[in-house]
Design a protein around this ligand. Sequence first.
Ligand SMILES: C[S@@+](CC[C@H](N)C(=O)[O-])C[C@H]1O[C@@H](n2cnc3c(N)ncnc32)[C@H](O)[C@@H]1O
Length: 250
Amino acid sequence: MVARKISDPSGCRRSKKRKLKTQRGEILKKRNATKEGISPLIEKYWFQRYNLFSKYDEGIKMDEGGWFSVTPEEIAISHAGRCGNGAVIDCFSGVGGNAIQFAKMCHHVVAIDNNPERVALAMNNAKVYGVEDYIDFVVGDFFQLAPSLKGDVLFLAPPWGCPSYKNLQTFTLDLLKPMDGYTIFQFAQMITPNIIMFLPRNVDLKQVEELSWLSSPPLDLEIEENYVQNKLKGVTAYFGGAATAQPRPS
Ligand SMILES: C[S@@+](CC[C@H](N)C(=O)[O-])C[C@H]1O[C@@H](n2cnc3c(N)ncnc32)[C@H](O)[C@@H]1O
């Protein structure tokens, strides 16, 4: 017997139509990205712009490094909820994703970044959220400033290198920039043991634990996985008082 393939012309037309509609949607999205001067490298992040800043359309400004590295808003809100009422130092503040949420929760914030253009973008973005008066913006090198800084909680979101960190099976702390994770943590401890560190999702958790017990006395530690729309975006390590603080409602 010969098996004959029975085709369904109407079903085929429907699926073709669906495909065309999706393709048209993609073309329109790309056209909008081009209109905003978004390079193909950034497009992927631009499509997620409202996850990064819910007020994106109200005048948020970014540079290329900012697109790659800003903490998604939902995660920044949960970081801010763990800071108590004191002063927070955001040691690598970028375009302001975290600093804005710290300030929104009524913390006084010192936001440090060594890139002056990025600090200007962060100031603009803080204005969009109406929190510019709660943040002291500092252009400077965290490592040089550390001995003179005072704060209740220290927030560390150092550069993770380039986006290819995702391809590594394990991200070890020596890959953090501009210094390895152990050194960054030592500088942070000069200021306070209450430290929050935002790290890649594939970070070596044994090394993160090591940071807590290399301290004397060993610091409390809580590790949290951070998801946005069911996608794991990073891991947050809360040390010292930040590990035991009760999360505040946003
Ligand atoms: C991952 S980004 C921070 C993103 C930020 N949390 C946000 O949500 O927008 C890291 C930032 O650290 C800054 N940076 C690098 N080395 C630094 C240093 N030595 N001192 C201060 N900032 C530095 C970079 O310019 C970059 O903007």
